[in-house]
Design a protein around this ligand. Sequence first.
Ligand code: AMP
Length: 307
Amino acid sequence: MAIISLGSMAFDAIETPFGKIDKIVGGSATYVAYAASHLAHPIQQISIIGNDFPDEELNELKKRGVDMSGVEIVKDQPSFFWSGKYHLDMNTRDTLITDLNVLANFDPKVPDNYQGAEFLMLGNLMPSLQLSVIEQLKTRPKLIVLDTMNFWMETAMEGLKKVLLKVDVLLINDSEARQLSGEYALVKCAKHILQMGPKFLIIKKGEHGALLFHEDHVFFAPALPLENVFDPTGAGDAFAGGFIGHLAHSDDISFENMKTAIIVGSAMASFCVEKFGPQKLKEISKEDINTRLEEFVHLVNFNISLV
Ligand code: AMP
């Protein structure tokens, strides 16, 4: 099952309580591709990069079955640049710099060979570009998943509301769910957001796991308690890649299977945070992923007798 993945490919500068790195490859679509390519093929990337994006990174992604024909290369401009600083608890961060560079004039084009893909991952990007990709597809994919962030709620709320009407699954964190709905209690946030278009809502709560809402059902996936959390950047995108990668691999978009998918997403996110940038996602094997999934099973598996 093919997955089209739209998003940024970037350079990031990251500061965490454990270290600082001035320039590392990042971007929402980069993380999604590294995570999803462990599970499904092909990943059909749509993004834009400047003259500075490393060839080794493009080749590494290609080697993993990521089709780059939808990635535009602009010769005379730098790639998107984002810089963020994490607070001590690592659950919150401040965005220091967002330099759109090539993204400012991005007009994504869906290549002909991407038509017919069954899954669409709309990674964090301007809502108007997310909508443009949906509108270019001749056949609606089986499942459209959208990720977004507070930046777009502050600068493009109307566009975001428009694209939300066309997607199946929305992925956001808890503070963004509150911002989007104007509610505080997450159950109320979910009720409100599920009226805005998406049939499924995933609320990510960082080290406190993720909640999946659908109609009146709720499912909770924990985050693995980790000894070493170096850099949470990209965790949300790695989660998205794991989530959609599992659904595409199993070709099953039922609520029951989405429960497994958010555990797979949580596993990919848990790897992502263990090193700076997407490095750890490149290093892991199928065996590592399966071992980690077993850790999730042990974490929450218990027998209880009723009182
Ligand atoms: P996450 O930590 O999952 O929210 O994703 C972090 C990645 O998103 C970084 O690698 C950034 O390059 C990228 N990013 C940050 N802000 C934006 C934005 N406004 N649009 C697109 N990508 C962004």
